[in-house]
Each structure stands twice: as C-alpha cells, then as structure tokens.
Design a protein around this ligand. Sequence first.
Ligand code: PEP
Ligand code: MG
Length: 590
Amino acid sequence: MSELILTGVPAAPGIAIGEVYLYRHDEPEFREYCILESRREGEVERFDDALDVTRRQLYALQNRMAKLVGDAVARIFDAQTAILEDPEFIDVVRAEIMKEGTNAESSIHRLAHRFHDMFAELGDEVFRGKAQDVLDVGHRLVKNLMGKGESTIGPLERPAILATDDLLPSDVIHLLRKNVQAVAAELGGATSHTAILTRSLEVPSVVGVKNLVQLAQDVDRIIVNGNSGKVILNPSRATTVAYTAKRKRYEKYQAGLTDIERLPAETTDGHRILLSANIELPGETGAVISYGGDGIGLFRSEYLFLTRNSLPDEEAQYTDYRNVIKAVAPLPVTIRTFDLGGDKVFTDLPLPAEPNPFMGWRAIRVFFDEPKLLKVQLRAILRAATAGPTRVMFPFVSDVREVRKLKGILEEVKSELTIDGIPMNPDIETGIMIELPSAAIMADRLAGEVDFFSIGTNDLTQFVLAVDRGNERIRKLYCELHPAVIRLIRMTVDAGHAAGIEVALCGEMAANPLATMLLIGLGLDELSVSPLALREVKKLVRSMSYAEAKDFAAETLHFDTAEDLGNFCSDVMKHRFAELPIWFGDNNES
Ligand code: PEP
Ligand code: MG
C-alpha cells in the first residue's frame, strides 16, 4: 500500500513516527440462550456477581489513575461506575432476565446498545462520550460473566503508535506504560475524554480520524502529528525523512522554551502583561506552574460536571476550587461560573434539545431560571477564596441589567454566609466575559459595573461572523483575524482602560502566534492560554517591543477583509519569528 494521508482533529501536541499498534474494541462473543423459569433467580445472581467484579475492576483502575495523574482525571471513571448503580440499567437487565428468560450476557448487550444508540443519536460530543461509556461498561460486564477477565489494549511490548477505533477511559492506563508514543483514534473531538486525557498525559494525539482502523489494517508504519491533526499511513521514505526533521525541530523548539519559564511575559522595552492559563480540570494546576503561568485566567468550572457526570454539591465544588486556588497561590485564579448549554450539555441538568443551543438557554441564562445553581456555586467560590487570590467571572453577559442582577445575587450570598458565620473572602474581584457582540459594543457602559473584562473570542467570533464554531463545513469562514472581530476587541480594550479596569483575552486566539503582536499592540493586559501554549506565547512576547506592537496594531486598521489582515499578520510574523512550529506544519514544508 502506498502512502495515505488522513486528517483528524489535533488533540494533544507533538509529532511521533513509529510502528502501528492496531486495536479495535471488538464486541465480546457470547451465546444467546433461554433460561428456565426455575433458574432465573440464579441468573440474576450471576449478573449481580459480575456487577461486583466490574465495580472492583473500575475502582482499582481509578485508583491507579488517581495515583499517576491525579483525582480529577481519574474521575472520568465515575461516569462508568455510575452506570453500574443506575436503576435504569441494572434493574432493567434484572427484569428482562426474570420476565423474558434471556441470559444475562444478551440482556446487557441489548440494553447497552439501546443506550448507546440513544446517546449517539443526540450528536453532541458529551453524549457521544456517554454512548462510549455505556458500551465500555457493557462489554466489561459481558466479559466478566464469561470469565474472560479484562481485555483492553496492550501491554505494548515495544514502542509503538496506537491506532484505534476509540480510546476508552479503561484503556488509558496503558498509555502510562511509556511504550505508547502517540495515539490516533477514529472517534472523539477536541473536548472528548480522549483529548483531555492525552493532553494531561502529554501523549501526542489526533482524534476523529475517519475509517482509521480499516485503512490501517496492513500498515506497518505511521506518523501522527498532534500539532496539525495529520495522520500518515505507510509514509514514504521521503515523508519519513521530512517528518523526522520536523519532529527534531519541534523537540528542539520545545527544549529551547524551557529557559524562559521563570521569566516574566515582558516586551523588550519593559511592557509587562500577565500570561495566565486556561484550565478545565483541577489536575492541570501542575502544568500551569511548571510552564510558568502567571495564574489561571480562566477556570472553565463546568468541566466539574463532565468529570463527575453529575451536579457537584457545594462541598465538592468548594474542595475543587480550594485545591486549585491553594495550588497556584499567591498567583490569582479566575473562576468562571458554569457555562452550561451550547456544546456543554450534561444529562443531570435537564437542558432541552434546542435548535440553536449556542444561542439558547446557556450560561447565566440558565442561572436566572435556576438561581440555586448559581448561589451554590458562589457560596463554594467565596468560601474557597480564603485560600488565595480569587476572581469570579460571569460568561455570556449581554447587558448592564444582567450584570447588576448577578452582582445582586453575589451580595445576597455574601450576606447569607456572614449570617451563617461561615468563613469566606468577600473581597473577590468580579468580572465578565465579553463574548457577545452586544457586550463588546456596550463595553463602555459595562466597564463601570465590574473590576475586569475578559474577551472570549471563541464565541465573539462565531456571533460577529454568524459562523458556528463547531461546524466543519464552514470552518474556513471562522476567522478571529477578521477586521470586525479586531474592531470589537479594540473597542473593548479602550472602553475598559478608559474606566480604569484591566482587560484580558482568554479565547483560543490568545494562543494563536499570528495574533500575538496584534493583541499586545491593542493593549491587552492579560492573555490566557492553554498551559501547553504558555511558553511559546511568552517567547513571542519577550521577542517584540511594545512600540513595534502598537505600530503593527495601527497598521492592521487599513485592512478591509479577513484574508488581507490574515496575510499581513502571517507575512510579518513569518519574517519576525521564522522558528515557530506553525511554519513547519504539514502545509508549510520548509
Ligand atoms: C470564549 O468563548 O472565547 C471562551 C473562552 O469561552 P468558551 O470557549 O468556554 O466558550
Ligand atoms: Mg465562550
């Protein structure tokens, strides 16, 4: 077979070249048979025993994961253990055995597939994760009933690249056994379990690679480029040589970044910005510190739902927030209140299916209908804020009325805690995300209400340009470097500064090297990026002067289209920063 280039979604950065280790999660083979009425109770007991064994296995796996990568990541297993306790699953299996006389294996199989199809049909990434969880647990139960024990990936005898249909939480333990150089998977998106886990473990990965397992059947060697999302099967000699050079360059580039970790994000003429990190999981604080972040600019607290799969109560939230705040203190942590809705949907909260979920019942709109949810979260944040500098940030704000209402609720919560004599820190700064065009346009009015702004370009771009941020088909139209987006950023920064408040930017744009000089020149006080991007952005900031960045930003005013502005940024940045990995991506052979 000749070389074949596939494209997926880059999930964790890095480049790997090596042998393929192919793994497909086959359905366990079992016999379907009828149980005599007199033996059905015994069959239910057999099922209950398998439940026990499965619980123990998952518990052991979770413990091993927790020791290796921390509680937060290991909590991904909670979703699976919850299925083993869910009456809608286990009671239905028991009832089917008793009523229909089907053997336990076939009852589980049927039900797991019914749930899987139901979740998978919802099309949403979070539900696809649930669909995989239910199948994973179903297979495990069936294997335990058949006495086949655990069969997941590996162990890999020698270093190899895992190509698989899906990477399930129960497989992840094998990633820790050093020999997995990279992962390519058919399923998953940028925020899927696979992506989150491989990023935490720093294993390069590409997900969402269509037909990978079938195409990789007779393949020996494979290249995975977690920076670009390319997967190359049977690479030619020339391609291997080119990618070996790319990998060396990437590794050298990464190694060269280590020396700036302890240095400030400061331009050559002494203009200092804060370079902080976006995190989803409490376990990421280690990376924030080791990569030299100035704190946490965005803690997407709604991920506490994803890892638990249920509504965390006040105590659980308090513990997680406190752990994060303590871990990075004295550096500040900005906790964003739950941004539920949009693409972040959780079964525990009955969010209705909506035609336009990104523009629907989302974030603070959910809170206004369910104020208890907000109050519990604010109580937990205020209490945790005694552990170190904390800021609270509200997403999806569109006008002053909403901000006043939110601040009113915050004050109510403070009074309740004071009356109850519960220790808390009332002096936390309050800010809002500027991610709706209405908020950016009204930034001058909003600025008088809050202590800081943080611009969310991920949403701002999709709403200004009317381009769904998750729609593959129109991906080319989604362009942060569009003059309309830049104008709104400029307006927001100017309005914030006129009112004497700081303005941060925490959308993905903050980590886009093509945008760094422009953002510095526009006067942003803080950029918040994923922990892995901290060093690269800092290196860029430290290599430019504020004066040249301001001139550069002024120049961009002359462009009318996203294309012209984008070309201008890439020409200047390519000339100024030729060593950036984006220039040696797959489409930019050098
Ligand atoms: C944004 O919209 O830019 C942002 C940071 O929030 P999220 O990506 O979580 O919507
Ligand atoms: Mg947003």
